[in-house]
Design a protein around this ligand. Structure first.
Ligand SMILES: CC(C)(COP(=O)(O)OP(=O)(O)OC[C@H]1O[C@@H](n2cnc3c(N)ncnc32)[C@H](O)[C@@H]1OP(=O)(O)O)[C@@H](O)C(=O)NCCC(=O)NCCS
Length: 337
């Protein structure tokens, strides 16, 4: 196996880093044509990496001639426990974004990812960071294998779909209305159903409603007042039964298609699940996005959530990227020979 040296990432590595990313993205686009074409251009991906030099810490794997074989950046994501994000993220975690790592197109990924991750993870350990989140393209199984062999496993999926109408529609008579700021109480209650469900086994996402509810309410209120977002409420049998939130695209630049909208909170009350309410909400969300001139839709779901995994893939969403996660046993901080 060829030996690589790990050095700090520098300007001189930018051209090759941009080229590796663009090459990987070209292959990804052959599988997922909705992904943005602009990042097939190495000058564009080079800029993404250059920006990462400003907010993240990067290392490069170089061969005996000093040529770049791969690179990896991370940044420390410290989450305010009372913020809406605390519902999804650990308090301290390191983020390895999709555009902040790549290997040479002809390289063996597992040989290259290993050493940069070892160097960065050791540094992070001294800062009390034991949790790592790596965003990894779904299309390349050898790259995924490299991350699995470092102890990572799937946590979330980023899925994409065009805006064509669903092939099937909800079976139940459902009335859909747009929520207004006056609906804040019911919106917050319905959105909370998603958090409650994610606290069940085997998802086990901590239910932190008490700490986060003020900030969650403020952020829901803001979004209800914005014209660019919509919360749609489904009414069935005379009751508010479920909710979906659609707004402008967000997420990792390589995985936000041009003209993408984004589905955020989605939940149906337990007694109404499995009867077509969710499908009717998605149909209405897609129609809203089409009318607004959007051209694609993205969303995230937790892979341990069997309900949402089958729901989204059944409605034609395809997984384009995984959020992989590794949690290191904290005893290592105090127990070493
Ligand atoms: C995911 C969710 C929004 C779907 O809404 P829903 O009204 O239950 O969905 P529908 O009745 O329209 O069902 C459509 C598909 O969802 C999946 N699904 C729904 N209920 C299911 C169940 N009890 N078991 C397994 N799959 C189920 C199936 O794929 C189903 O297709 P099928 O009818 O061909 O089997 C809803 O189940 C829910 O609120 N779950 C908890 C919160 C959550 O997971 N939110 C999504 C976060 S990304």
């Amino acid at each position: 196996m060829e030996k690589f040296t790990i050095v700090d990432f520098e300007e001189l590595h930018l051209d090759a880093a941009g080229a590796f990313l663009a090459s990987r993205h070209r292959a990804e686009r052959r599988r997922f044509p909705l992904l943005p074409e602009r990042y097939e251009d190495a000058a564009e991906t080079r800029e993404l990496v250059r920006a990462a030099m400003g907010y993240a810490e990067g290392v490069a794997a170089v061969d005996g001639d000093g040529a770049l074989a791969g690179f990896l950046f991370t940044y420390r994501n410290l989450v305010d426990p009372s913020s809406p994000r605390a519902r999804y993220a650990a308090a301290r975690e390191s983020m390895l974004l999709a555009h902040t790592h790549a290997v040479a197109p002809d390289a063996e990924p597992s040989a290259i990812y290993h050493a940069p991750f070892a160097v960065l993870a050791e540094r992070l350990l001294t800062d009390g960071i034991f949790e790592h989140v790596a965003h990894v393209p779904a299309g390349n199984s050898t790259v995924l294998d490299a991350w699995y062999s470092l102890g990572f496993g799937k946590a979330n999926a980023v899925a994409i779909r065009d805006l064509s109408p669903l092939r099937r529609s909800g079976t139940r008579a459902v009335e859909i209305r747009r929520a207004t700021p006056d609906d804040i109480d019911i919106v917050q209650r319905l959105v909370d159903e998603e958090a409650r469900f994610h606290a069940t086994s085997p998802i086990f996402r901590p239910y932190v409603a008490e700490q986060t509810q003020r900030a969650v309410r403020a952020s829901l209120m803001e979004s209800l007042e914005r014209d660019t977002d919509v919360h749609l409420i489904a009414r069935a049998e005379g009751e508010d039964a479920g909710i979906i939130d659609v707004g402008p695209g967000r997420g990792s630049p390589l995985y936000v298609p041009p003209g993408a909208a984004y589905i955020g909170d989605t939940a149906v009350r337990p007694e109404f699940r499995g009867t077509g309410v969710g499908t009717a909400l998605v149909e209405a969300g897609l129609a809203w996005a089409r009318e607004r001139g959007f051209r694609a839709m993205t969303l995230h779901f937790a892979t341990a959530n069997a309900l949402s995994s089958s729901f989204w893939t059944g409605l034609g969403f395809e997984v384009a990227m995984w959020h992989l996660r590794r949690r290191i046993d904290e005893r290592i901080a105090s127990h070493r020979p």
